[in-house]
Design a protein around this ligand. Structure first.
Ligand code: NDP
Length: 474
């Protein structure tokens, strides 16, 4: 049983002022795995005051000091990586091997990327008569979700440290354990008091207090569209910067020259990883109409091959995060059937061999782009196949969405794939599984604003100052 009863504020593990507690449920067993203290507005005030005090010095720190801290964090992170993976599996149900390789792996890759970037990042640059300075924005409220609990914290906290900002992290109540270990890592690494603070609790209390706080300069949020809108409202009065990474309904376009068994299979298997709880997931699979039967067979085969079960074991897919999430996904599967979509694989209910846990059957529909299952973010292992007639049709379907987070194109002809990528109204497009830890990540349209990862992730936390007429450094 884990008992998280303290917050990390001003370099100390302190007793909360708020008196509430919440249980944490293991989604694979439905049993209580521990509990956390729930903070109050007064806890936020205390953490913000500490972050503000720390900013006075950390905001003036040198590149070398910040590099030294990140390198020290890197050593601690490596030392605690097995514990981090255990925590992720326990709190949100990711298979243990996957949690180690990808959940913990992504955190370490972002950390390495931040270190490399910081070594050469131009905080000052002369442009004609103007000295352009990139200065830390100040005190940042970081509000994160449970779906990639380490990654979502890493893409905020490491740039915060690298750019000289200070922060208060409010992780999701559903995934408090990995956040607690990350705070312990930052503490052990020697993070100066107040530079990083952790307050656990309800989004409606802690998140709202941070968003409205007059002494918080910026909110960086990842999560649902609904909460993103609320945060913008709450932040408006104090005119703070708000970075939003929201939902997606990304299209994965399979070209007609592609090997369908390989590419459709990969697209469906990728959809099911992390139990489909990935904002950039390719939840709409666009296949050439002339090869529909072949595509359906490939997708069905891939979905039925996904071994689902106890995440401690050798499985490809664990449960979804919570009973509420399970119920939402089930209602979408039922809606898909009611709307007249054809079930290609999976369907309602739990896999037959599993008696407890929030397990969902890997589900694929054949549908149309006007159905709710093609328009709304389900955030579960549910993919909708949509046939297209030609490339213009594929692009039109892909762009016919309120979201614009990611896109995928798979096929033999790289020129055709790149041509489609240019036409997609999304923040990123991955061609044939391409991946780059330094590439900017974020969305068009209702998928949010701002960019995380790499250089653009640093710029999120920097103000630009023009000093005109200063003597040139060169
Ligand atoms: P939320 O957007 O509700 O939660 C994300 C974070 O925001 C959590 O830390 C949450 O706290 C906090 N929060 C909740 N309300 C507020 C508020 N009023 N002000 C500030 N912060 C707040 O996501 P859910 O967990 O409810 O997931 C619902 C849906 O959101 C999913 O089904 C999926 O569609 C989408 N989603 C998208 C993600 C993405 O990566 N783009 C990630 C997660 C979800 P608390 O822990 O108290 O809930």
């Amino acid at each position: 049983m884990r008992d998280l009863s303290k917050f990390y504020i001003d370099g100390q593990w302190v007793d909360p002022i708020g008196t509430g507690r919440a249980e944490v449920i293991n989604p694979a067993t439905e049993a209580v795995s521990g509990s956390i203290a729930l903070g109050s507005e007064a806890d936020v005030d205390r953490a913000v005051a500490a972050a503000r005090r720390a900013f006075a010095t950390w905001g003036e720190s040198s590149r070398e000091e910040r590099l030294e801290l990140l390198l020290s964090v890197q050593a601690e992170y490596a030392r605690r990586s097995e514990e981090l993976a255990d925590a992720v599996t326990e709190e949100m149900g990711a298979p243990r091997a996957f949690a180690g390789q990808l959940h913990v792996g992504l955190g370490s890759w972002h950390l390495q990327a931040a270190i490399e970037l910081l070594r050469g990042f131009a905080f000052e640059e002369q442009r004609g008569a103007t000295l352009l300075r990139r200065e830390p924005i100040g005190v940042c409220g970081l509000i994160t979700p449970w779906n990639w609990p380490i990654n979502q914290v890493a893409v905020k906290v490491f740039p915060v440290l690298a750019t000289g900002c200070t922060a208060i992290l409010k992780p999701a109540q559903l995934s408090p354990y990995s956040a607690q270990i990350l705070a312990e890592i930052l503490d052990a690494a020697g993070t100066p008091a107040g530079v990083f603070n952790l307050v656990q609790g309800k989004g409606s209390v802690i998140g709202t207090a941070l968003s409205r706080h007059a002494d918080v300069d910026m909110i960086s949020f990842t999560g649902s569209e609904e909460v993103g809108v609320q945060i913008q409202r709450d932040a408006a009065e104090t005119v703070k910067r708000v970075g939003l990474e929201l939902g997606g309904k990304s299209a994965w376009v399979i070209l007609d020259d592609a090997s369908l068994s390989r590419n459709v299979g990969e697209a469906t298997a990728t959809m099911m990883s992390n139990s489909g709880q990935t904002c950039s997931a390719g939840s709409r699979l666009l296949v050439p109409a002339a090869r529909l039967e072949e595509a359906l067979a490939a997708s069905r085969g891939a979905a039925e091959a996904v071994v689902t079960g106890n995440p401690a074991g050798n499985v490809a897919m664990g449960p979804v995060v919570s009973k509420a999430q399970f119920n939402v996904i089930q209602s979408y599967i039922e809606k898909g059937v009611a709307e007249g979509a054809t079930l290609v694989a999976g369907g309602p209910g739990r896999p037959e061999d599993l008696e407890a846990g929030y397990f969902v059957r890997p589900t694929v529909f054949l549908g149309t782009n006007d159905m709710a299952i093609a328009r709304e973010e389900i955030f579960g292992p549910v993919q909708t196949i949509i046939p297209y007639t030609d490339i213009d049709d594929a692009v039109a379907i892909a762009n016919d969405s309120n979201f614009g987070l990611s896109g995928y194109v798979s096929g033999e002809d790289a020129e055709v794939a790149a041509g489609i990528a240019r036409r997609l109204r999304t923040g990123s497009v991955r061609i044939n599984g391409g991946f780059d830890i330094a590439a900017p990540f974020g969305g068009y349209k209702r998928s949010g604003n701002g960019r995380e990862w790499g250089e653009y992730g640093f710029l999120e936390y920097l103000e630009i100052k023009a000093v005109i007429g200063a003597p040139s450094a060169a």
